[in-house]
Design a protein around this ligand. Structure first.
Ligand code: GLN
Length: 502
């Protein structure tokens, strides 16, 4: 999966590197998913080929139907059983008729035979576009895709019609008639200001009731009060703060989903503080503009990343945040660059760097450790998935988490070099989170700064709209505080001064 085409790589508890859609499921359903929840054609074919080699098919000719489709169904069932699930939600991505998805659609068609029609339900998402100068609503694409689906033996129970404008009853009746679906099954998927409005929107149309009725399950009204609260906060936040993300701008421009979990986690932190966050993208390669742009923001976040481009700009941004009391959160590479900045400018380790970017650096404060090399020899490439971290008492990290042992998800090769721990800590860097054996720095922070904290792990993979991650909640609380303090202090930046005079 190439992140430039696909957006972010989402990491699960069990260390699977998956499509970002799984991140949305975790956030909406508020449940941890794992390796089995992400099925790719490659994984399915590999296991069928391996089974064929082992002789599991007793010399039969191996075919897409039944062998590939059986494998897909087995994986769906295995995942449901392993998680003791009442309902399995299966999403088949793409557009109906895609060559890639045919074995998957065939498998879910068979599912209704295997499990009984009463236990299987199909929800189809279609597009209802507006065309021409009169903005005419067109139902044809919906009709076509439903027909395409019928051709392969699936009749949808519910259609979710993606649309820019409300669907009138007349339109719904037309779609129902042409698609031969009861009008009760036509739901409007109106573009929302925010995707977090959707649970309430669908509930208003009785989605849950329809699903429960169709599957013969007891009708229980879902408690959506937290989602209602979220929707209200999005509509009328008490504060609006600016959070800068300093990264490779081109990456973001080419694929806005590259940092989707980070962006959503910032929003969770904002929601938790009854606020809204405006994200300001700062190009780490435009070094001239960094200080000026940061002076207009209320917090800085440096996300994870690979490759040298923009690293010096990120280091400069962190220096500015450290020296100017700007709330700062660093994630993975964000921690590594914060350590480099501190090593160079506070601990006086001239030329300090990560060996990822400078193999010859006189002070390799970030490096690949021997234990990681051993993992790489075994075919793994990164430190991936959940790892424990012990948090030291009387630290910002401890105040935020309120716990001494946490589990967080990782995806990186490099670490803070333990050889430098002592030099860094004696210069004032706090290693507030460590691997339980004390060897790996997992969280760093600074005292005498309103909020300066970074993690080697990726907290953004565990943040949920209904349960903001403490590192993000803390960042946003600090951003609001800074904004309020600045408001009482009057203009500080040149731009603010100009505006106040105008
Ligand atoms: N490139 C760094 C490493 O491999 C950081 C990775 C990341 O930010 N996910 O350690």
């Amino acid at each position: 999966m190439n992140p430039h085409q696909h957006g972010e790589v989402f990491v699960t508890e069990d260390g699977a590197e998956t499509d970002l859609d799984l991140g949305h499921y975790e956030r909406f359903v508020d449940q941890n998913l794992g390796k089995l929840s992400n099925m790719t054609t490659g994984v399915v074919y590999r296991s069928v080929i391996e089974r064929e080699r082992r002789g599991d098919y007793l010399g039969h000719t191996v075919q897409v139907i039944p062998h590939i489709t059986d494998e897909i169904k087995d994986r769906i069932r295995a995942n449901a059983h392993e998680n003791d699930a009442d309902i399995a939600i299966i999403e088949i991505g793409g557009t109906i008729g895609d060559i890639e998805s045919l074995p998957f659609t065939e498998a879910i068609r068979q599912m209704k035979i295997d499990e009984g029609t009463e236990n299987v339900m199909y929800v189809h998402v279609t597009l209802v576009p507006f065309v021409g100068p009169k903005n005419e609503m067109k139902t044809k694409p919906t009709q076509h895709s439903v027909r395409e689906l019928r051709n392969i033996g699936i009749t949808p129970d519910i259609l979710i019609c993606r649309t820019k404008a409300p669907l009138s009853d007349e339109m719904k009746a037309k779609i129902a008639l042409f698609c031969d679906i009861s009008i009760d099954g036509i739901l409007e998927g109106l573009d929302a200001q925010h995707i977090y409005h959707l649970p309430v929107r669908f509930e208003e149309q009785g989605f849950a009731k329809k699903v429960l009725k169709r599957l013969g399950l007891p009708d229980e009204t879902p408690d959506l009060s937290r989602w209602q609260h979220i929707a209200r906060t999005i509509e009328s936040p008490k504060h609006t703060v600016k959070v800068a993300i300093c990264g490779k701008y081109l990456e973001h421009a080419a694929q806005p989903d590259t940092y989707i979990s980070v962006v959503e986690s910032i929003e969770h932190g904002a929601l938790d503080n009854e606020a809204a966050a405006e994200i300001v993208w700062i190009d780490a390669e435009d070094r001239e503009g960094i200080a000026r742009e940061l002076s207009e923001c209320d917090a800085l976040l440096i996300p994870g990343g690979f490759g040298e481009r923009g690293v010096e700009g990120k280091i400069e941004a962190i220096r500015w945040a450290r020296e100017n009391d700007l709330p700062f959160l660093g994630l993975c590479l964000g921690l590594q660059t914060a350590v480099i900045e501190f090593a160079r400018n506070v601990a006086c380790l001239e030329g300090a760097h990560s060996t990822e970017f400078d193999a010859q650096t006189p002070h390799p404060v970030i490096a690949i450790l021997k234990e990681q090399r051993a993992v790489e020899k075994k075919g793994g490439t990164m430190r991936l998935g959940t790892q424990p971290c012990s948090i030291a008492p009387n630290t910002l990290a401890h105040r935020l988490y309120g716990q001494s042992l946490i589990l967080e998800r990782h995806r990186h090769r490099y670490e803070v070099n333990p050889r430098y721990h002592r030099q860094l800590t004696s210069a004032g860097l706090k290693l507030s989170g460590l691997s339980p054996d004390g060897r790996l720095a997992e969280i760093i922070e600074l005292e005498n700064h309103p909020y300066f904290i970074a993690s080697q792990f990726h907290p953004e993979f565990k943040s949920r709209p209904t349960r903001a991650h403490p590192l993000f909640s803390g960042l946003l609380a600090a951003a609001i505080k800074r904004q309020q303090e600045r408001a009482t202090q009057g203009p500080q930046t040149i731009d603010e001064l100009r505006r106040s005079i105008a």
